[in-house]
Design a protein around this ligand. Structure first.
Ligand code: HEC
Length: 240
């Protein structure tokens, strides 16, 4: 598989989509697009150091492939294994509380994600250039302010994050909504000052909602899906 070797050479550069030069008409996979799709569709369930993802519902992918690589598996072989896993995960029953849905990515994205995982898994250190910037959730430090007792804290479209990790509100009745644009399930919950409210888990443009009466003080909002709070889906609500 000389085809994939080219990726290693071009990995940190700007020439990511160079033709392979082995007489194939197929384009090289796009690793930046692969990372974006990985972080949006896979990272909420899988740890992978290079991608910076922190999901814990599925196996740690670095650990899963480190031994195989040490035993002599080629990175091109990982690519095939990842594609096969995405096409037919089915190793856990659908009745299992956490299973990996099939066909999370298709077409070009399937190829790009598989190539990105093959290239990046079980590697130490940080990415550089375009790859380093790709697929990171944009989290604002600027607090979202509630208006007239309504506070909207959307989940980020990729990764384990809300769009902001701080919010403010006035004391009194408060409705918090959290639209979730991702295919990964999330919700919103609030605790502190005697409040303990948990909204429904939603995905694909669903909206999680809770209502509480809040007093002056500090509260924490977070996602209750396993591993998501620890992975970064948490922020502070300050009530004045
Ligand atoms: C909802 C959580 C979830 C999501 C999202 C998810 N996975 Fe998984 N994944 C799992 C679970 C659980 C397993 C272990 C059971 C299995 O193999 O189906 C797994 C297994 C794997 C394995 C096999 C690891 C091994 O130990 O052999 C790979 C590779 C993998 N996933 C890659 C991906 C990729 C790539 C994506 C994104 C396209 C993805 N996963 C999205 C939960 C998830």
């Amino acid at each position: 598989m000389g085809l994939r070797r080219v990726i290693g050479v071009a990995f940190a550069g700007s020439a990511l989509a160079l033709a392979s030069g082995c007489g194939l008409t197929e384009d090289e996979p796009d690793l930046v697009a692969g990372k974006e799709a990985f972080n949006a569709k896979c990272g909420a369930c899988h740890i992978m150091n290079r991608a910076g993802t922190k999901g814990t519902q599925g196996p740690n992918l670095d650990e899963a492939f480190r031994q195989a690589l040490a035993d002599g598996m080629e990175r091109s072989g990982i690519e095939g294994a990842v594609e096969a896993q995405i096409d037919a995960p089915a190793r856990l029953s659908k009745r299992d509380p956490v299973y990996m849905p099939a066909d999370l990515v298709k077409g070009d994205d399937l190829r790009n994600v598989s190539a990105y995982v093959a290239e990046s898994v079980a590697k130490r250190g940080k990415e550089t250039g375009l790859l380093a910037e790709a697929g990171q959730p944009e989290v604002s430090d600027k607090p979202i302010a509630a208006k007239a007792g309504k506070l909207e804290i959307p989940a980020a479209s990729a990764g384990l994050a809300y769009v902001a990790n701080a919010a403010t509100a006035e004391a009194g009745p408060l409705t918090i909504t959290s639209p979730n644009p991702a295919t990964v399930p999330h919700n919103i919950a609030l605790e502190g000052g005697g409040v303990n409210e948990v909204g429904p888990v939603v995905e694909k443009d669903g909206v999680s909602e809770i209502k509480a009466t809040v007093k002056a003080g500090q509260y924490t909002f977070f996602c209750t899906v396993e591993g998501h709070r620890e992975g970064g889906m948490e922020g502070q609500l300050v009530v004045k």
